[in-house]
Design a protein around this ligand. Structure first.
Ligand SMILES: [Fe+2]
Length: 263
């Protein structure tokens, strides 16, 4: 069985140090094979925030796979935001984070959905490039992929609770969710600061769309700080959210869910 810790929305710059420390303790005890980090590692794309994120990832023992979120391009340095939006991210984190992973029992591909700017008032919503999505899905299915759990991860949710797309408001999310359901098993996302698992069925198989809470930011909205522990078996995923409801208690497991991969 492969164990993955799914984290998102770290928001270094607004993090609570006690939760960072508690996460390291819990991660050491859970001993994951992989960490998947679904974007928004900084609060406003400052260099010192990227430095803190790099130190955090470097201290993890498992390989990390991830991509930037909408907070990971400079908010104030507008020239850099428009002309080199991901330079700080790439320079700070390329040594610590990979865009893909391929092993005998699990494959992971990242899709970048955050944008420097958009022709709409809310630039945080991002956009799916369908050609980039198809490239990622092709890679997940290349060669002998039959035995592997195929995982796509991006920052913005493609599907979320609440009927139809729920709160998934990213451009082209609906079509992207359909294509993902055809060609992968799990879609891991962040952005909403909400823990959830929703499924789409295609030809008797289920694709699960899983959201992670914000792992140790003070921007906890209505939910506790949280991350997901995912144990992958060939026919199912055991999902256990870990939640920090108070700084003193650290992360504790919430009720687990079994997510079957066949309908
Ligand atoms: Fe976000």
């Amino acid at each position: 069985m492969t164990r993955i810790l799914h984290i998102a929305d770290l928001h270094f710059g607004a993090e609570h140090p006690a939760l960072v420390e508690a996460f390291h303790d819990t991660a050491k005890a859970l001993a994951p094979d992989l960490v998947i980090a679904s974007g928004d590692f900084t609060q406003s794309g400052r260099k010192r925030e990227f430095g803190a994120a790099a130190r955090f990832f470097a201290a993890l023992e498992a390989p990390v796979i991830g991509m930037p979120g909408n907070h990971d391009t400079p908010v104030r340095a507008l020239h850099e935001r428009f002309f080199r939006p991901w330079r700080r991210y790439d320079r700070s984190l390329e040594a610590e984070i990979s865009d893909r992973f391929a092993g005998p029992s699990v494959r992971v591909e990242c899709l970048r959905t955050a944008r420097r700017a958009q022709w709409q008032p809310d630039w945080s919503l991002g956009r799916v490039s369908l050609p980039d999505l198809d490239t990622a899905l092709d890679r997940l299915n290349a060669g002998d992929a039959d035995q592997a759990t195929r995982i796509l991860t991006c920052h913005h949710p493609l599907l979320a609770p609440g009927g139809a797309r729920g709160r998934a408001r990213t451009a082209r999310a609906e079509e992207a969710a359909r294509r993902s359901a055809d060609h992968c098993d799990l879609v891991l996302t962040g952005h909403l600061h909400e823990t959830f698992a929703e499924s789409l069925e295609r030809d008797g198989r289920l694709c699960w769309f899983i959201g992670a809470g914000t792992t140790f930011s003070l921007r906890t909205r209505d939910e506790p700080a949280a991350f997901n522990c995912l144990d992958l078996a060939p026919d199912r995923i055991e999902m256990t959210p870990y939640e920090a409801r108070s700084l003193d208690e650290g992360f504790r497991p919430a009720a687990p869910r079994t997510l079957a991969l066949t309908a």
